[in-house]
Design a binder for this molecule. Structure first.
Ligand code: ARG
Length: 258
């Protein structure tokens, strides 16, 4: 090899190694640290929320705990608002992994690495019990005020399908603030993920219900830096949990099927 070429390949090697250690957390990095750092927006019961003891808990958290356990490390949880969670928290290397009922989309897959799908969900309309403003999808959207959480697939779908039909969108950073506005009647409906409505109905009977049919079906994935081998490790844990019945137990525990 000629000298300039050798120099160039040495430089390339240095720069790729450097880039990898800064932004892409790998299985080896996590094992070396002894901890898997999970980023999550804990306002989304039953997937992630703060329990009465102040601890972050939920379906996603239990899956993340299993991934950490299989890697032989501890799980450390960082609360990050959804706007900063996707995708910056993982692309910056602030966290090793994000789980937050995050929908797998082709656009997101261009910037982050997804595990295989772990839960089939849908975007549905949450209204005050009794549906006082008589919102129904797909029958009408014209003139209705629909709340969406910023940076979520609910917001993207509403922009594509509801806005052109004359709906007015109200964007919330915090999902809980949207729910409060449904309760007070400030908005006609809030777009949310289907299991959040099931959970609301179980926790706060007679306060919320789903209106009309689902807007769009979607699949959740665990999120890593693009190219990280942690995604394959997560897939292995998922397969193990499905085979052992552990995954079904978590579904039964967290996602009320009523
Ligand atoms: N599934 C939707 C998305 O990926 C919403 C997720 C919101 N999650 C949360 N923890 N607030 O965009």
């Amino acid at each position: 090899m000629k000298r300039p070429l050798m120099l160039l390949s040495a430089l390339l090697l240095v720069s790729t190694t450097f880039a990898a250690s800064v932004t892409t957390s790998s299985v080896a990095d996590v094992k070396k640290k002894g901890v898997l750092i999970l980023g999550t927006d804990p306002t989304f019961q039953p997937f992630e929320y703060k329990g009465s003891d102040g601890q972050i808990t939920g379906f996603d958290i239990d899956i993340a705990k299993a991934v950490a356990k299989d890697l032989g490390v501890k799980l450390s949880i960082v609360a990050v608002g959804f706007g900063a969670l996707m995708p910056q928290s993982v692309t910056s290397g602030r966290v090793d992994m994000a789980m937050s009922a995050i929908t797998i989309t082709p656009e997101r897959a261009k910037v982050v690495g997804f595990s295989g799908p772990y839960y089939r969900s849908a975007q549905v309309f949450i209204v005050k019990a009794g549906n006082p403003k008589k919102f129904a999808w797909p029958a009408d959207a014209k003139g209705k005020i629909i709340g969406v959480q910023a940076n979520t697939t609910g917001q993207f779908a509403a922009q594509d399908s509801l806005k052109p039909k004359g709906a007015v969108l109200k964007v919330y950073d915090d999902f809980a603030a949207g729910l409060a506005d449904v309760q007070s009647g400030r908005i006609d409906a809030l777009l949310g993920d289907a299991p959040t409505v099931i959970s609301l109905k179980a926790r706060l009977p007679g306060q919320f219900e789903q209106a009309g049919s689902a807007l769009v079906a979607e699949d959740y994935g665990m999120v890593f830096a693009r190219g990280s081998d942690l995604a394959a490790a997560a897939n292995k844990t998922l397969a193990r949990m499905k085979a052992s019945g552990e995954y079904q137990k978590l579904l039964d525990r967290w996602i009320v099927q009523k």
